[in-house]
Write a protein that binds this ligand. Structure first.
Ligand code: URA
Length: 444
């Protein structure tokens, strides 16, 4: 089978068999298929699309292209969670201990942040002593002992996706729904979970700008899950503003602790409860979403979820004192208030701009080798729908004494806020649920 024939088949709207897809992906990883041929194929996919069967074949071929984590040594149904990325998204820090407290084992591999979104691993490393590397044996035994472990992603998970994603990035083929769906799912499948809950973000700060597009992506991923034997559900949530109030590593850990104490921001708490409820149902610890939610609310109220977080920090060598005293986390030297110049209501907050401002303060990386300052970031004082007086504080920058271009950062954060004179309609946070049974629109 010649690679050029596979490109031609896709260009003409044909369907590649699973053998052909394996051949193509293996060839690409080994170097037999050069970038120019793969780019031509990706562009053909961009215009022609792929059938559900083809998308599943591509996903499996990419999942099988490198390490595949075997979680069979862990008892119970292993349910993983994935978010399509967001600013201020600290849900893993809350959901992992919450569902572990409900009896669902969490064997989580997480990534570092790059660009305007933060990574769970960086957030956890803001806790003094917290280790994100351990042997596979220790990883499995920790999950069996305390119900959870969070480690850094293995270097060789789905290398075909890594290579293809980098190629798509420079050939105008990122925005292909089946390619995005298979890219995300290939990494989750290689990470070994039995079931997957996806948090698909929609809005100006997200990959998917409309609800229809977010649903299309969610349906494609749920379909892949069904075809490869991993039950998958997706929640579509609004990403027209950051989640919660805190952006920046230690600031987000503190907000996660507050949420585990039952005093977190409403939007963050609600999204965590919704995602966790689906995980608990897929993990077989409740018969339905209502029962799961009640169980999880009890785990928050009783302090068991917070206790699980303490166990995680202790097991991975972190300073457990921060759980009771989050003020012991790294703190920035300067607090700079960003004030409104006019009166009005907050209509929107450009999450991406805030993420970029936090990155420039030192909370994130522009390139993968940059060092991170765990203490710095931004806390929001105003969110969408809030009324604002001229001169009132919109947000606070947490910066170091020597930080450069602070005036620019202040302007960037102020400009991220759009104010209007009319009180905007409250927009729902949770928009749709997509399962193998279909799409359930919550917001109509
Ligand atoms: N995230 C991924 O992992 N892959 C994509 O293709 C897009 C977003």
């Amino acid at each position: 089978m010649r690679f050029v024939e596979l490109i031609g088949k896709k260009r003409d709207g044909g369907e590649l068999s699973s053998e052909e897809m394996q051949h193509l992906v293996r060839g690409y990883v080994s170097g037999d298929v050069p970038d120019y041929q793969m780019a031509a194929w990706a562009m053909a996919v961009f215009f022609r699309g792929m059938t559900a069967e083809e998308t599943a074949s591509l996903t499996l071929a990419m999942a099988q292209s490198g390490d595949q984590v075997n979680l069979n040594g862990i008892q119970g149904v292993k349910v993983d969670k994935h978010s399509t990325g967001g600013v201020g998204d600290k849900t893993t820090l809350i959901i992992a201990p919450l569902v572990a407290a409900a009896g669902v084992p969490v064997a989580k591999m997480s990534g570092r942040g790059l660009g305007h979104t933060g990574g769970t691993i960086d957030k956890l490393e803001s806790i003094t002593g917290f280790q994100i590397e351990m042997t596979r044996e220790r990883f499995l035994s920790q999950v069996n002992e305390i119900g959870m472990a969070v480690i850094g992603q293995s270097g060789n998970l789905a290398p075909a996706d890594k290579k293809l994603y980098a190629l798509r990035d420079v050939t105008g083929t990122v925005e292909s729904m089946p390619l995005i769906a298979s890219s995300i799912m290939s990494k989750k499948i290689a990470a070994g979970a039995d079931a997957i809950v996806l948090d698909v973000k929609m809005g100006s700060g997200a990959f998917m700008k409309t609800l229809d597009a977010a649903e299309e992506l969610a349906v494609a991923m749920v379909e892949i899950g069904s075809r490869v034997g991993r039950s998958t559900s997706a929640i579509i949530s609004d990403m027209d503003q950051p989640l919660g109030f805190a952006i920046g590593n230690a600031l987000e850990v503190a907000e996660a602790i507050q949420t585990l104490q039952g005093n977190g921001p409403d939007d963050l708490t609600e999204l965590c409860l919704m995602l966790s409820s689906h995980m608990v149902v897929l993990g077989g610890k409740a018969d339905g979403l209502k029962e799961a939610r009640k169980l999880l609310e009890d785990k928050l109220r009783s302090g068991e979820a917070l206790g699980k977080f303490r166990e995680l920090v202790s097991a991975q060598g972190g300073d457990v004192c921060i759980v009771e005293n989050p003020e012991l986390l790294p703190r920035a030297e300067r607090l700079i208030e960003v004030k409104a110049t006019e009166v009005g209501y907050v209509q929107a907050i450009e999450a991406e701009q805030l993420g970029l401002a936090a990155m420039r303060l030192g909370a994130g990386r522009a390139t993968k080798d940059d060092a991170i300052d765990y203490a710095v970031g931004i806390t929001l004082r105003k969110k969408v729908g809030d009324s604002v007086e001229a001169g009132e504080t919109l947000a606070v920058l947490h910066a170091q004494a020597g930080s450069e271009a602070l005036e620019e950062r202040v302007a960037q954060v102020r400009d991220a806020y759009t104010l209007q004179q009319e009180k905007p309609q409250q927009r729902p946070l949770l928009l749709s649920i997509v399962t193998a049974a279909g799409i359930d629109r919550l917001a109509e």
